[in-house]
Design a protein around this ligand. Structure first.
Ligand SMILES: [Zn+2]
Length: 336
């Protein structure tokens, strides 16, 4: 007999990356909404605190034949990852660099140390490349090893730089003019006290990619964050519901309730009774990524595990789910 209620939880990052991630500045793997941030600026005293608007929002399927609700204010999505950083591929310099090497087109200044060890070691951290060599290894052997590993070193340096750039851009300072990702696009928050927005608090002007928020220019960071988050959650609810109703008949499943979660560790979950939870922060991603998560959770209403059968089910509606899944893991989501 089947258990009464089976519950599947989908972690933000359920699988290890193919290659070990380079450490971040804090020395830990970046985790969404996890851990504590010390010494943050006064505009975001508690980036992970649940704002007053974060209460769960439950939606139910539309009655059959009802007009699908068009997502309001929804701009067309553009392909591309979130918050790309400006990247200069030509030069990498470790702050304690004492040697330099040319690898392909790039100049890499690295920290070189001698150590009691048997082989030459390469470590790529947030500061750059560190090379450790046995005491008596001649430098030309070090240079040869660097050339031999050049491709790997450059790739890791680039990844580390991109990760830091994303992490940096992902910290939101709530003020007039702050930029946030919405459906894979960047929108600018504009404090606009002249607008009433009939109680809705904020309105997206699609033509100018600006979110006009009905707050005075003197509004506090918390007020701005709460108003923007409330708007994002409303967009998320409408968007997810519409996509649920798109995929439901395709997958031949039925769902009972959709709840928006702000759980720090999961993008979504499904339970056998037909309840789906989706993290509202998915609304930062472009639509195909959201669609993948929606299809993933709905597919659990047919297959409750992550077996091949499950992935085959996902693939019937999202054939390119693998790359979308990877994007979900790689792209930074703004933190507040
Ligand atoms: Zn799953």
């Amino acid at each position: 007999m089947l258990p009464l209620l089976r519950f599947t939880l989908d972690l933000f990052s359920s699988e290890p990356a193919a290659c070990p991630p380079a450490p971040t500045q804090s020395g830990t793997k970046p985790r969404l909404n996890k851990g504590r941030v010390k010494g943050t600026n006064p505009h975001s005293p508690s980036p992970y605190a649940a704002p007053p608007v974060a209460r769960p929002l439950a939606l139910t399927p539309s009655t059959p034949g009802a007009e699908p609700q068009p997502a309001r204010d929804k701009p067309a999505f553009v392909p591309g990852i979130l918050l790309p950083g400006a990247i200069d591929p030509a030069h990498f310099a470790h702050p304690q660099a004492n040697r330099e090497v040319r690898l392909a087109d790039a100049v890499v200044a690295y920290a070189f140390t001698r150590a009691k060890r048997k082989s030459i070691g390469f470590v790529i951290g947030p500061d750059g490349l560190v090379v450790r060599a046995p005491r008596w290894t001649p430098l030309h052997e070090v240079d040869a090893a660097l050339q031999e590993k050049g491709g790997w070193i450059l790739r890791k340096l680039q990844e580390s730089r991109e990760r830091q750039s994303r992490a940096h851009s992902a910290r939101v300072e709530w003020r007039d003019g702050v930029e946030i990702p919405f459906l894979g696009q960047t929108i600018t928050v504009v404090l606009d006290p002249t607008h009433g927005f009939s109680g809705r608090g904020a309105q997206l002007q699609s033509d100018e990619q600006a979110l006009h928020v009905g707050l005075p220019k003197t509004a506090s960071a918390d007020q701005i964050r709460d108003a923007v988050q409330a708007w994002l959650m409303r967009q998320a609810a409408a968007n997810f519901k519409e996509r649920m109703e798109h995929f439901t008949p395709l997958l031949g499943v039925q769902w009972k309730k959709l709840r928006l979660s702000s759980a720090g560790t999961r993008w979504g979950s499904a339970s056998a009774d037909g309840s789906i939870r989706l993290n509202w922060r998915l609304i930062h991603f472009r639509q195909p990524v959201i669609d993948y998560v929606v299809a993933h959770e709905l597919s659990h209403l047919r297959v409750m595990d992550h077996s091949q059968n499950f992935w085959n089910t996902v693939a019937t509606v999202v054939p390119d789910y693998q790359s979308l899944r990877a994007q979900l893991k790689e792209d930074a989501v703004p933190k507040w």
